[in-house]
Design a binder for this molecule. Structure first.
Ligand code: COA
Length: 154
């Protein structure tokens, strides 16, 4: 999809599952088995309104981002939502996160998105300056986030 000095951004493949699982553990989700992640990558591969991209460098998956395109009702177009973003701890600060977000924006634009959004825990101190640096404006004083867990289905 795109190349920089020492990494390439491309669509995730099922065989990336083990390395994506490690990245998700770094993101704070250590309980995903490789099979879980492989199944989810298979689901995303069928998804027509979203994509998982990875950054590959030196034969390793060193970053991942997922983006979903949600249609607006109150206006035209869709909103792109970054679902997860992580760069391997040893490869941060090298432009990989920026390139993953740029590639996610490009993919979202291809899916008809006119805006992008992301939520990020207050505890993720490094991500907030990162997003601001990439042109994202903090919106939380205008829009609260509400979340409810739904009961599991059999
Ligand atoms: C946030 C994260 C994805 C950034 O990835 P990265 O590869 O280190 O970021 P980049 O090197 O591409 O940085 C892009 C720009 O943001 C800036 N930036 C990155 N981290 C920053 C920080 N902590 N403070 C200030 N600026 C920062 C960089 O200086 C760079 O600016 P430039 O392009 O103008 O020189 C990475 O730190 C990470 O995976 N963190 C843990 C998981 C996480 O918080 N994910 C977000 C969940 S919503």
């Amino acid at each position: 999809m795109s190349t920089a000095a020492d990494f390439t951004v491309r669509r995730a493949r099922l065989e990336d599952a083990a390395q994506v699982a490690s990245l998700l553990a770094e993101l704070g989700y250590p309980d995903n088995s490789i099979d879980d992640v492989r199944l989810r990558l298979a689901t995303w591969a069928q998804e027509t309104a979203g994509v998982v991209l990875v950054a590959e460098g030196g034969g390793q998956v060193v970053g991942a981002v997922a983006v979903a395109a949600i249609p607006y009702l109150e206006r035209g177009g869709r909103s792109g939502r970054i679902v997860a973003l992580v760069v391997a701890a040893g490869r941060r600060g090298q432009g990989i996160g920026r390139r993953l977000v740029e590639a996610a924006e490009e993919a979202a634009g291809d899916l008809g998105c006119v805006t992008m959004e992301v939520t990020s825990a207050r505890s993720r101190t490094e991500s907030h300056p990162f997003y601001r640096n990439l042109g994202y404006q903090e919106w939380s004083d205008r829009s609260a986030r509400y979340l409810k867990n739904l009961p599991p289905r059999a």
